[in-house]
Design a protein around this ligand. Structure first.
Ligand code: ADP
Length: 334
């Protein structure tokens, strides 16, 4: 599978959880969001009130879930976790909301995937701290308003632009997480290696960081793969050699592109002659959901200057052709 996706199985989730920073000061990078959030939290605590609802946006693996947990920890509040896809009916959400205790933090991952009725129920709850509980069925049904204690919603989304305005407006604070710089990823790696108790050379940390797609989740994943390699094929020491050999085995190239990234570039260049090609067509060509291509692969490819987005679709930029070892086509109409 792709190295970017959320943890798929239990051991992987446990490995991720073990490396999560617990407090804001341990959270590496994202200076702006961290400073703003720390103000929001301190002010709320000084007033003795639940802070404004917080929306966190950004590509997968950049720390949205981690920050939600940190927010609860900093507030000394307990955290409830759910997600847009997990809430099938508005009633499921009403049940969660009506069971919240005062000051609790409700984390809703992939909040842009909430169904419309749940979304409407949520923004009323966020604004007025009230849910309408529907009793009975059909013509005899009636809605009983139930007031809720103050609580804080932390929503996470890979694309803030996908949220309808009425919901987006209920968040008093929006933090956008961006890809991490290599030196920040090195700090993530050094911290993780310390927690795992594995010796990591500085050059190895730099090598892994530069191939981690600007993403802490990937940095930690690659670190574990390099550790595997070092334990099985090497002497347990995470050297530059061990890092390079392991990353070659796992098909992470020198730019950090994984299989899905390369499939997208390959389809764009070889199959569609560099584009422009629509997102859906491109997604079908690589056998993925359009949302996966758009939120998992594309942001990094665009940031790296490999892919461009135009009104007519996605285009391969010259570095994409070069990366695949292909000749850059000469533009015919310029
Ligand atoms: P998201 O919810 O945005 O997909 P997560 O919060 O689950 O991402 O983070 C994925 C992994 O990366 C976690 O194991 C976490 O420990 C690590 N991580 C993310 N951001 C940071 C950070 N700023 N500092 C240290 N580790 C981080």
């Amino acid at each position: 599978g792709s190295v970017v996706r959320p943890a798929a199985d239990e051991p992987e989730r446990a490995a991720e959880a073990a490396l999560r920073p617990r407090r804001l000061e341990e959270f590496v990078g994202q200076r702006v969001v961290r400073d703003q959030l720390s103000l929001v939290l301190e002010a709320a605590m000084a007033r003795g009130r639940a802070p404004d609802h917080v929306l966190l946006s950004g590509p997968p693996g950049l720390g949205k879930t981690t920050l939600a947990m940190i927010i609860a920890a900093e507030l000394g509040a307990s955290l409830r976790v759910t997600s847009g896809p997990a809430i099938q009916h508005a009633g499921d959400l009403a049940a969660v909301l009506s069971s919240l205790d005062e000051g609790e933090v409700l984390f809703i991952d992939e909040i842009h995937r909430l169904a419309r009725p749940a979304e409407e129920l949520l923004y009323v709850a966020m604004e007025d701290f009230r849910v309408d509980v529907v009793v009975g069925k059909g013509a005899g049904a009636s809605a009983i308003p139930l007031s809720l204690p103050p609580f804080t919603v932390v929503g996470a989304t890979t694309r803030a632009g996908l949220l309808p305005a009425p919901l987006r407006d209920r968040f008093g604070f929006t933090g956008h997480l961006d890809f991490y710089a290599d030196d920040e990823l090195e700090r993530v790696l050094v911290r993780s290696a310390g927690l795992l108790g594995v010796p990591l050379d500085a050059e190895a940390a730099a090598e892994i960081a530069s191939r981690s797609r600007g993403t802490p989740r990937i940095a930690n994943r690659l670190l574990r793969r390099v550790r595997d390699w070092a334990q099985v094929r090497g002497d347990g020491h995470l050297s530059l050699d061990a890092a390079r050999s392991a990353l070659a085995v796992y098909e992470v190239d020198e730019r950090g592109l994984d299989r899905l990234d390369r499939a997208v570039l390959d389809a764009l260049c070889r199959r569609f002659g560099g584009g422009p090609v629509g997102l859906t067509t491109l997604a079908v060509a690589v056998g993925e959901e359009p949302e996966t291509v758009e939120t998992v692969a594309e942001p990094f490819l665009v940031r790296e200057g490999l892919v461009g987005r135009t009104p007519r679709g996605r285009v391969a930029l010259p570095p994409a052709w070069e990366h695949l070892g292909l000749a850059v086509p000469v533009a015919s109409d310029t």
